[in-house]
Design a protein. Structure first.
Length: 338
């Protein structure tokens, strides 16, 4: 049975249970291995960075043939993604890497893959805890690679608490905030929303929620929600928390339209560290973000594929640390991700 590990992994150091390095495993099998990859939505800015690095690492670093890597856009539709998965089975792929439209679909999809004898690596969107425990109990060939969203929420709150006004930019004694969220069922939405506020309260800061609304990870929806909130609550808003940078960049448009100024009369923070967001931090147009390390995550997912193909057993749960991004480190990170 696999040993469950919640840990930060360095891809270069990952070794299969058979004692064979992932680099060697991939090299020995690159001519025959076929990989199916389904991304929940190609329109997602972060997942665009992720999938680009994933394919680059699989081909340039691990030696897989690009023509044997099938990459599909699920178009944010679970039915489409499930059909893509069945298509991968028909194409007799050796492993799948799946960025689920709906994490709640993981039990069904894991069973489909298991019945076909195909290992599955879930990335970025975390299946529920009970499902991941089932993989161990039933010794299924399923792995999750991602990051603990509680950490990203905590870092967002800590970044706001570290500002000169401790988040209370209007000085009324309470940090009044707007929370622009991803889809409600997504565990990242739940944890980022809850833990950003918890971090403020753990620091002894009084908080007040003015509005929390689903922006579906989308920039335009983030802008619309922020416009509505700014019109309704005006100067009462101290902070706009966004569950990702795409929505934060949308909210920034609304902040500018309202004549508000980041760091002067409002704070704005997101998650992912998209290059545009990090540039915004450098220029003082965003307060902070949190780097969702797609380099380490995609490399670890690729390593798990190589291990499975070699006959090894990757760790069931692989968590990669987030990194706080502020003006202090924005320049160095931007050089890395640009």
């Amino acid at each position: 049975m696999k040993k469950r590990l919640l840990a930060v992994l360095s891809c270069a150091a990952v070794i299969s249970s058979a004692g064979i390095s992932v680099e060697a495993a991939a090299t020995e099998n690159r001519e025959n291995a076929r990989i199916g990859i389904s991304i929940y939505d190609f329109e997602d800015d972060y997942m665009t960075l992720y999938r680009t690095e994933l394919v680059r690492y699989l081909t340039e670093e691990l030696g897989f043939c690009e023509e044997d890597i099938l990459v599909e856009d699920a178009e944010n539709n679970q039915e489409i993604q499930t059909e893509q998965i069945r298509g991968f089975i028909d194409h007799q792929v050796d492993a799948m890497i799946l960025n689920l439209v709906h994490p709640s679909s993981a039990p069904q999809i894991t069973d489909i893959c298991s019945e076909s004898g195909i290992p599955v690596i879930y990335v970025n969107r975390q299946p529920y805890e009970a499902e991941m425990l089932r993989w161990e109990e039933e010794e299924l060939q399923a792995v999750y690679v991602g990051a603990d969203a509680r950490q990203s929420g905590t870092y967002q709150g800590e970044e706001i608490a570290a500002t000169e006004t401790r988040g209370d930019i209007n000085g009324d004694g309470t940090v009044s905030y707007v929370m622009i969220q991803g889809e409600p069922e997504n565990i990242d939405t739940q944890y980022r929303s809850a833990y950003s506020v918890k971090a403020l309260e753990d620091a002894g800061i009084k908080t007040k929620e003015l509005l929390a609304e689903n922006g579906s990870w989308n920039r335009d929806q983030g802008a619309d929600i922020a416009r509505k909130a700014l019109e309704k609550f005006g100067k009462e808003i101290d902070v706009i928390f966004c569950n990702n940078d795409a929505m934060a960049l949308g909210a920034l448009t609304a902040v500018r339209e309202a004549g508000r100024e980041i760091g002067k009369d409002i704070y704005l923070t997101g998650v992912d560290a998209l290059p545009e967001a990090v540039q915004g931090i450098e220029e003082g147009e965003l307060t902070a973000t949190v780097f969702n390390d797609y380099f380490s995550q995609s490399h670890t997912a690729a390593a798990a594929v190589a291990q499975y193909i070699q006959g090894g057993e990757p760790e069931t749960v692989n968590m990669i640390d987030y990194i706080k991004v502020t003006k202090d480190n924005a320049e160095s990170l931007l050089k890395r991700i640009s």
